[in-house]
Design a binder for this molecule. Structure first.
Ligand SMILES: Cc1cc2nc3c(=O)[nH]c(=O)nc-3n(C[C@H](O)[C@H](O)[C@H](O)COP(=O)(O)O)c2cc1C
Length: 174
């Protein structure tokens, strides 16, 4: 079983590895939930996404071409879009080996609001293109991830509708 462990399965099992399951046989025992798959609109099983780039690939299969073009494009010559990607690629995670991680606290306080982690959803418009419930679905997803959503002025749903589905503070881009 351990001989068939792929790099993808090992990475998806990373959380378990982080809490101390290090042997391949232990990994093999968890490979079923590590390979959690989603069912596409065509009913076909798809592997769970491993990176942001892979989420893009799944979106491409589900969205109309127009929606895909809208969400993946930037303004004008897309110079800033490229700069942003390059900036993220320059970031490095500093590995902390043999450090006690039994109590990790990612909370931050911003403008009187406590957040579980410093990840916010940047304001983006026209979520109807991505989901029939528009920004109401987005705020539900943000809530599930303990993330703060920044609602765009150009949202398809009203701020009242978004707030009804919200489980935490929502910021408004004006
Ligand atoms: C499809 C799309 C729609 C966006 N709509 C808005 C918007 O309505 N209001 C706004 O302030 N920024 C908008 N932005 C800009 C984003 O909030 C963000 O500043 C930008 O994408 C840069 O961040 P990133 O490098 O994480 O993508 C939009 C960006 C994208 C890609």
């Amino acid at each position: 079983m351990s001989a068939t462990l792929t790099r993808r399965q090992a990475l998806l099992s990373g959380a378990r590895a982080a809490v101390g399951i290090s042997s391949l046989s232990a990994f093999a025992g968890t490979s079923q939930d590590a390979r959690k798959e989603s069912t596409s609109s065509t009913g076909k099983q798809e592997p769970a996404p491993l990176s942001v780039g892979e989420y893009e690939g799944l979106a491409l299969k589900r969205m109309s071409h127009v929606a895909w073009e809208y969400f993946t494009s930037g303004s004008a010559d897309e110079i800033t879009l490229r700069w942003n990607r390059e900036a993220y690629q320059r970031l490095r995670l500093k590995p902390s080996v043999l450090v006690d991680v039994s109590e990790v606290d990612t909370r931050v306080h911003l403008w009187g609001q406590e957040m579980a982690h410093p990840i916010l959803l940047a304001p983006t418009s026209t979520h109807f293109l991505a989901h029939p419930e528009g920004e109401v679905a987005t705020v539900r997803g943000a809530g599930a991830a303990d993330a703060t959503m920044v609602a765009s002025t150009l949202s398809n749903r009203s701020i009242e509708e978004i707030m009804q589905a919200a489980t935490r503070s929502v910021w408004f881009q004006l």
